[in-house]
Design a protein around this ligand. Sequence first.
Ligand SMILES: [Zn+2]
Length: 318
Amino acid sequence: MNLLNFMSNFADEESCVTYLKEQRERRGVVCKHCGCTEHRWDAHKRCFECRNCHSRQSLRSGTVMQNSKLPFRYWIATMFLLMSTKKSFSTEEIRRQLGHKRYQPVWEMVCKLRDVMGKRDAQYSLDGQVELDDGFFTTERPEEEKDTPLKRGRGSQKKSKVVVMVESAPSQRHPRKGKPSKVVGHLKMQVIPDLKTQTVTDVAKKHLEPSVELTTDDSTSYHKLGEHVQKHQTVISDKKNVEKILPWVHIAISNAKRLLLDMHHRNKHEYLQYYLNEFCYKFNRRYFGEKLFDRVVLAAISYNTDFKSRTYRRTTCG
Ligand SMILES: [Zn+2]
């Protein structure tokens, strides 16, 4: 979907309703009470009525838009904006583009969309040859730790820990100068509370197929990963090894860090996962082109969100 198509296809609220209704019908509407898949569309109330038990479900029900009062056009336009760039938009920018007065509802909408992107990607596990490492992302100090002395380095309260996993296989062709010698596949990033061996192992179990051939550095956090995957190779973490053997995990970390810094400036730890969801979602669909919009709409109508409404204490324009 390019800008001109978007403008002609979604000129008003009604065209957005029609499009979302069609997308939900294509996916299949199931009655929550009797499981019937035959429905009648009530255009006036914008809801589906079960042909068997006549119970109704709204167009928003069971989707990311459930409980939202924002117009459907906001949701469609925001999905279009987020998918129209390899980078992203800050919530403040989206609020301005939508012409909405209040920040809070727009911020919640964007968080919810990023949440369902993560849910969609959680359906897939990584397979084949995988690089794994941890990254430290600068975030604001949690409110409850404001009075404790600031630690330096990796243990700092201003650093959020993230496990990064990426499929990466040796290239069949001779690599070009200055380019990684491996070919990259899918990417996952998971915020974790600490780097304990058990924490990292649990994340790997959740996101990696048992058939994976894993490469990491020789950190003690990774000692038990070999019990879960088929093969676990550890390398000594120095610059030469990193560039040759773990290239993509570090490219992914530095690209994500740069994007977050550019777009959102200062991030809070509790929302970091949402930003990473969007980054990974787009990275994993980097060849989808204009189809990306349809895919994110499919994710939006397929998943409900766990995001709990809360007031954003605004210290940044993220
Ligand atoms: Zn029914």
